[in-house]
Design a protein around this ligand. Structure first.
Ligand SMILES: [Zn+2]
Length: 269
């Protein structure tokens, strides 16, 4: 497929009525957020599945919370980059123009929200949301450390002598139940509500932007061919072409923070 050039893409962007953006770890990496694998690799050499799965939680919820407490502490120090900010500005312009903008992200670090993005579908949950195992309530929680008991815990140093956490140390809901990270763990299903919101955003969008994701993980990987089939212009912004590049109508090589501000900074038609 012949790719659109920059000006041709921007003409499509100016005229778009419904835009859907799909972002992945590449956008966060520019803000210094370690990828999950990096965090897991450093994190005392546990396998990711030993920290982020229902089995891990069953075995040792204190260890799981220690890991997430560490990830929250790291993410807490990271700031949105120019890529996050350019997307939030584009959303604001679309909203003012009465058009539809939805951002679907595989990231859990909250940087899109921190940049000002409002309509965000978090496919994999959020580091900043927790869920009660008793009453099932999902709430925002930005407290670092998650409870005083976790103060100073979570060092990724393999030599660090971890303390064993008791059930009474675990963070609690106002109902008295134990709360867990509202994150989709290995072996868990994505939430139906989030999938519905994502599918609704993909259905009938006239422009899709795929940014900083290898687009090999479903369901996100499936959204590009669906959007294409429905006639959308799909543009990829990545440091390297992803697995879906040959399905994309345009490709802009580079980091989101460097490419997006000028690429998206157009006046809407
Ligand atoms: Zn509760």
């Amino acid at each position: 497929m012949k790719k659109l050039n920059r000006k041709e893409f921007q003409d499509k962007l100016r005229q778009a009525r419904k835009i859907t953006v799909l972002t992945g770890a590449g956008v966060s990496a520019e803000s210094g957020v370690p990828t999950f694998r990096d965090a897991g690799g450093l994190w005392r050499r546990y396998k990711a599945t030993d920290l982020a799965s229902p089995e891990a939680w069953q075995r040792d919820p204190g260890l799981v919370w220690e890991f997430y407490n560490h990830r929250r502490a790291v993410a807490h120090t990271c700031k949105p980059n120019e890529g996050h900010l350019a997307l939030a500005r584009l959303e604001a312009r679309f909203r003012e123009a009465g058009r539809t903008f939805t951002l679907i992200t595989q990231n859990v670090d909250g940087l899109h929200e921190a940049a000002g993005s409002e309509r965000v579908v978090r496919l994999h949950g959020s580091l900043w949301q927790v869920r009660c195992l008793q009453c099932a309530e999902v709430t925002w929680n930005h407290t670092v450390p998650i409870t005083p008991a976790f103060e100073g815990s979570g060092s990724p140093d393999p030599e660090f002598v971890a303390r064993r956490f008791e059930t009474t140390d675990l963070p609690q809901c106002h109902c008295g139940g134990v709360i867990r990270p509202h994150i989709v763990w290995f072996g868990e299903r994505l939430s139906r509500a989030d999938l519905d919101a994502a599918e609704e955003a993909v259905d009938g969008c006239d422009l899709m932007l795929v940014i900083g994701t290898s687009a090999v993980v479903y369901p996100a990987a499936g959204y590009v061919p669906i959007a294409r089939r429905l006639g959308a212009v799909v543009a990829e912004v990545n440091v390297e072409p992803s697995a879906v590049n040959n399905e994309c109508s345009a490709f802009f090589k580079g980091k989101a923070g460097e490419v997006l501000p000028s690429l998206l900074g157009v006046r809407l038609a």
